[in-house]
Design a protein around this ligand. Sequence first.
Ligand code: SF4
Length: 199
Amino acid sequence: MKHLEDIVCNLNRRGFKACLVPDASSACERALEIIGGGSVGIGGSLSVEQTGLYERLVANGNKVFWHWKDGAQAKRDAASADFYVCSANALTEDGIPVLTDGSGNRIAALSFGTRNAVLIVGKNKIAGDCREAVMRIRSAECAGANAARLGKHTPCADLGICDDCTSPERICSVTAFFERPSGGLQNTYVIVVDENLGL
Ligand code: SF4
């Protein structure tokens, strides 16, 4: 727990609004407090799905755009919501969230367009540094499992190794290291969860 507290301190030192919660349910409650009655876009995220946040927002009457539930147009509409919620693929010990996208939708939203972002990051995403973060993202357990989940045939999914593939089904095209929250947003919140979430 001390280790996670240090990471939260490092995130706050960089300008993120970070906190530590014990589990997925607490992460959902904290996100609901932050969001209030605002509109919400959600990026592709098993972590967010595991918190049950989408269902709680819909029940509360928030306007929600999530392409996993609401169709392809929601992926575009999500980018102009009051809040954008997703996870990171990795979080370094010195407080840098790292994301790799296929289409760049999460990275774009966390950089410019939405007013506020909320990242929900389980402790399984912690990496020692940026190099370890990229290794984690391209591992069989992360990219490989994600590609397999999407029915894609990539070396990480089929062989369990990344060879910086040229596959047309490649899922990792754009990587961003958020050394500070983007100046294009008002607030970037990071909820670190003392539980494994997502891949
Ligand atoms: S570059 Fe290709 S093999 Fe490597 S992680 Fe990405 S999709 Fe998998």
